[in-house]
Design a protein around this ligand. Sequence first.
Ligand SMILES: Cc1cc2nc3c(=O)[nH]c(=O)nc-3n(C[C@H](O)[C@H](O)[C@H](O)COP(=O)(O)OP(=O)(O)OC[C@H]3O[C@@H](n4cnc5c(N)ncnc54)[C@H](O)[C@@H]3O)c2cc1C
Length: 404
Amino acid sequence: MQTSGSSLPVLVAGGGIGGLAAALALVRRGFAVQVLEQAPEIGEIGAGIQLGPNAFAAFDALGVGEKARSRAVYTDEMLMHDALDETLVGRIPTDEGFRQRFGNPYAVIHRADVHLSLLEGTQETGRIGFHTSTRVERIEQDETGVTVYDQHGRAYRGQALVGADGVKSVVREQYVGDPPRVSGHVVYRAVVDRQDFPENLRWNAASIWVGPNCHLVHYPLRGGEQYNVVVTFHSRQQEEWGVTEGSAAEVQSYFQGICPRARQLIELPRSWKRWATADRDPIGTWTFGRVTLLGDAAHPTLQYLAQGACMALEDAVTLGAALRVHDNDFSRAFALYQRSRVARTARIVLSAREMGRIFHAHGVERLVRNGLWKGRDAERFYDAMEWLYGWKPEACLADEPENR
Ligand SMILES: Cc1cc2nc3c(=O)[nH]c(=O)nc-3n(C[C@H](O)[C@H](O)[C@H](O)COP(=O)(O)OP(=O)(O)OC[C@H]3O[C@@H](n4cnc5c(N)ncnc54)[C@H](O)[C@@H]3O)c2cc1C
């Protein structure tokens, strides 16, 4: 399939972080792009996100590094405390030494600010069109391109399609059709103004309190004017994958026995959003002719490594690099992109499951967890994180002779 030279645009399903990043990568390869988004507006939910150095390397490669940097909060450390007795379980500096080691910072940022940085980048290109209130429902392929049908039966024609339509991807459903693994873990998220946030937790850190079958996360946003609060617990009921309005009473009914300092976090939000989370088992094939998957559509993960969005950004950069190597031939580029991403993203999915177990340990396992990192210095932590945070755009393709 030699598609360079086609005058058709490339279609992207989904205008989230992954879809916008993909659109930017495609424009940088010279394509016109049409983004199809089901929501009435291109935007993001009100919540925070952590970004590893790999995300900043990807932002730079997509040409929006300065925009994202200007909106981020740079933390001094990552902290893990035992939520029962306040023991400090782990402390990883993310200061100058961390930045030197990985060439980029660790940061926390409002999701809307990540999204806005990418959106501004797409608008500046003048080559990316947006169709909102457009839900992709069906895809057909032929010799010269793809046709995507929306909920009204309208057809969109492109030379290829990137399915960046998130955890419940319709594109994945059509080509893979695999079931989600509903975790039974429920996440509540809220953003709290500084004046309402307890002074004894106003740390410039990505902080986690780990407890039996639960954990609580908090970190500053927007120059410390707001704080992101995320609490997670193992639900007592049968869960179905999805997002609903939360109830403070439900949150209060969990977290028994948690120390008073951490418990303050669940008293704060005036409104909560509730996520019943799921992931999927990693798959080795996510490219189907002129269609490929990207971001959560390709490798939905539990959030315990704080890397889902970072992976979507890396995916986009890698897709662009694969198109460069194969001179915009989608068939070969999609195959190379997939080969370059499957193992890395599967490692994220599988490691996140393990991390959930470590976070939520109880009984003797909790004691093992609390001793795991005793006396470990920064460099040893950094060595362990090298595979993740040491990702570089210039080495993002599969290590094959023709890509060196
Ligand atoms: C509680 C929680 C905390 C997290 N924390 C972090 C973190 O700290 N760091 C991190 O890197 N990641 C984090 N993540 C993961 C991150 O949010 C996701 O990995 C990231 O948003 C994936 O981006 P995406 O563009 O692939 O999917 P999405 O953000 O889901 O975007 C998909 C887009 O596609 C649209 N869409 C869906 N279906 C269709 C359709 N059929 N047709 C057209 N449009 C469609 C949706 O409306 C949406 O705009 C967290 C996730 C959760 C749940």
